[in-house]
Design a protein around this ligand. Structure first.
Ligand SMILES: NC(=O)c1ccc[n+]([C@@H]2O[C@H](COP(=O)([O-])OP(=O)(O)OC[C@H]3O[C@@H](n4cnc5c(N)ncnc54)[C@H](OP(=O)(O)O)[C@@H]3O)[C@@H](O)[C@H]2O)c1
Length: 264
């Protein structure tokens, strides 16, 4: 990888710095960070030699520019640096909802790839939805994100809203599920510490088994559901009327709607 300029290095930018350094894709010497209050991972990279708030001529050396500020701030972040960039710098945006054409316009017509990542990139287990019409931008984004997890390329930009709702936002759904399971365990009489340990270890193990076994989730579910048993009793609630299916459909639709609003 050549020099990379990060615009914004908060939670998601920090997760990517960790993942890229861990994968050996990016050395701090190739990293420039523009952020008034960089997060911990960015601070660590700066301590190891990454440039903080590079000047205009340094920014001109960036081959890739990662746009990683909150969607509400992206125009301001673009406006501050666009003039300084090399004509062939590729813009990789992780801003939820913001269309590639808008970003390209704000960056003087430069090539753009859009990515919706997840924070597990920090441990090499991220998921990235990728949309780019420019082949060089798509290839650059592939190199960056395949190094820290799975990449799913989308042909239609409109699908980035659904991908955001099913992937970018989804780690929070699982964390909310674990919180609710812990609370339900405590309500069923378990000491809080035991409920926490049981819920966290069980869900992490079940997710690892799904990843490792290559089995369909429905098959894994059937394997642990004896007819007339305890699991079936719970699944009649979770998969019954108003259960997980319709609930997630409504939640995913709400996230996709918000993604459209953020890009408007
Ligand atoms: N967090 C996730 O799990 C996740 C997942 C997928 C995609 N994303 C996307 O990633 C983007 C960033 O989200 P985040 O959660 O990482 O946000 P964040 O933690 O707020 O990080 C953004 C960072 O950018 C800084 N910043 C603000 N204005 C700037 C400017 N003009 N130039 C340079 N840096 C500036 C912010 O500084 P201040 O704190 O001073 O404002 C902050 O440190 C969003 O567009 C989001 O849609 C996030």
């Amino acid at each position: 990888m050549g020099p990379l300029l990060m615009l914004g290095a908060g939670r998601m930018g920090g997760a990517l710095i960790s993942g890229w350094r861990r994968a050996g894709l990016l050395s701090p010497a190739d990293l420039m960070i523009r952020d008034p209050y960089p997060g911990d991972e960015a601070k660590a990279a700066i301590a190891d030699g990454a440039r903080h708030d590079p000047d205009l001529s340094a920014m001109g050396q960036a081959e890739t520019v990662l746009l990683a500020v909150k969607p509400q701030l992206w125009r301001e972040a673009a406006g501050e640096v666009s003039q300084a960039l090399a004509a062939d710098a590729v813009i990789v945006s992780i801003a939820a909802g913001v269309p590639a054409a808008e970003i390209s316009k704000a960056f003087g017509g430069r090539a753009v790839a859009r990515i919706m990542p997840t924070t597990a990139a920090a441990i090499g287990q991220g998921t990235a939805s990728l949309y780019a019409t420019d082949p060089a931008a798509a290839a650059r984004a592939q190199v960056l994100f395949a190094a820290v997890g799975a990449v799913v390329e989308l042909e239609d930009e409109e699908l980035m809203h659904a991908a955001t709702a099913v992937s970018g936002s989804a780690p929070a759904y699982l964390y909310a599920f674990v919180e609710a399971l812990e609370a339900a365990g405590a309500a069923a009489g378990l000491p809080a510490a035991s409920a926490q340990r049981l819920a966290r270890a069980t869900i992490a193990g079940a997710a690892a088994l799904l990843a490792d076994s290559g089995e369909e989730p429905a098959e894994l579910r059937k394997q642990v559901t004896s007819p007339g048993g305890t699991t079936q009793a719970a699944l009649e609630v979770l998969m019954g009327e108003g259960g997980l299916g319709p609930l997630l459909e409504t939640a995913v639709a709400a996230a996709a709607r918000r993604s459209r609003e953020l890009g408007a």
